[in-house]
Design a protein around this ligand. Structure first.
Ligand SMILES: [Zn+2]
Length: 354
């Protein structure tokens, strides 16, 4: 054995001894994946989309652009077409059947309930979402309806009628206060039609915000009490106030609200790995968690198997990093870490397939 092989073998043995979970992870046979958190992004006016100057100037947008296989010099129609084509190629080339719930993005509304483009960071209308989802059996629509819009209830009924499998909110950036009692009719429709509300929880780092305190998961008690199935995106992993961290409060709420869930999207990101490690050390919590990728952000170096030193063998790390398809790479990373099979499949319940 030469020195290089010796170092490789001994370091793998050392890392392996730290990792009892790896053996379990290898038994983790996944037959189907539902990714409940994939962003549809667009900027073409002909698709009704809008990408505002604050979003274009944001650090996250600048960081994302070089890692997307899109020709930025093309016109906006062509950019949108390339984004959808790229999404389809990735979803359709995974080794396991993969279903993506694509998410639209409603805007910010003024006091009269009218769309305020100046305060809207980016806008992807439900009409465009439905059009894209109709073109592939791998996509299901996660519509976005801001309850502050004057036609909110009509739009909600319409998207449910058209087949929306969930409603997505990003309260911090869409200026939605979930505790507002004026939203009760909205919640009652969701509860009656059995449509979950996927709500960003915690601090928002990517999209320009109106108010970070709107990411407090305790604001979701009102829809929970109205019987809505609420899924907190990223499990409110970051942020907090003088009363404590949002993540701890989300964990406490799981004990008392049986209709509360979380998604593990973005928890493979560098600054969030501790939260995923927490769940891996408390595997019973996966009974309340959905798998999500938060595509397209997983395409950036924010995600790497090397951030899970001690949880994966070096060989596994290099194998995972060698996977070209971002969706497959993030999926494999979660599987090798030991995220249980039922978490990847849980989204089938939303699609009424399971
Ligand atoms: Zn997201």
């Amino acid at each position: 054995m030469n020195r290089r092989n010796f170092l490789k073998t001994s370091s793998m043995g050392f890392l392996g001894s730290l990792v009892p979970g790896i053996i379990n992870a290898q038994k983790n046979n996944v037959s189907e994946v539902v990714d409940i958190h994939m962003h549809l992004i667009g900027e073409s006016q002909s698709n009704g989309c809008y990408l505002g100057p604050r979003a274009r100037k944001s650090l996250s947008y600048k960081m994302l652009v070089p890692f997307l296989d899109i020709n930025r010099n093309a016109g906006s129609d062509e950019i949108d077409r390339q984004y959808v084509k790229m999404l389809r190629q990735k979803v359709e080339s995974t080794s396991i059947p993969y279903i993506g719930i694509l998410i639209a993005m409603d805007g910010v509304y003024n006091k009269k309930g009218e769309l305020d483009f100046d305060r809207t960071p980016y806008y992807v209308p439900n009409e465009y979402l439905f059009k894209v989802c109709a073109e592939s059996t791998s996509f299901f629509p996660g519509a976005s309806v801001n309850p502050n819009r004057k036609d909110a209830l009509d739009e909600l009924e319409k998207v449910i009628e058209n087949g929306a499998v969930l409603i997505k909110w990003l309260p911090n950036s869409q200026n939605i206060n979930p505790t507002d009692s004026r939203h009760i009719d909205f919640y009652r429709i969701l509860a009656e039609k059995d449509i979950p509300l996927l709500v960003h929880g915690g601090k928002e780092h990517t999209v320009p915000v109106e108010d970070q305190s709107l990411g407090n998961p305790e604001h979701l008690m009102l829809p929970l009490e109205e019987g809505v199935t609420v899924i907190v995106a990223h499990c409110a992993d970051t942020g907090g106030d003088k009363h404590g961290k949002y993540f701890d409060r989300f964990l406490n709420m799981l004990k008392t609200s049986p209709n509360l869930y979380g998604d593990i999207s973005s928890l493979t990101f560098l600054h969030k790995t501790l939260k995923l490690r927490y769940f891996l050390n408390h595997p019973e919590l996966f009974d309340r968690l959905f798998y999500g990728s938060d595509f397209p952000l997983i395409s950036t170096p924010l995600v790497s198997s090397f951030y899970f030193l001690g949880k994966l063998s070096l060989r596994n790390m290099f194998q995972i990093e060698g996977i070209d398809n971002d969706l497959e790479r993030n999926l494999t990373l979660n599987r090798k870490l030991g995220v249980p099979e039922h978490c990847f499949r849980r989204g089938t319940e939303l699609l009424k397939l399971g």
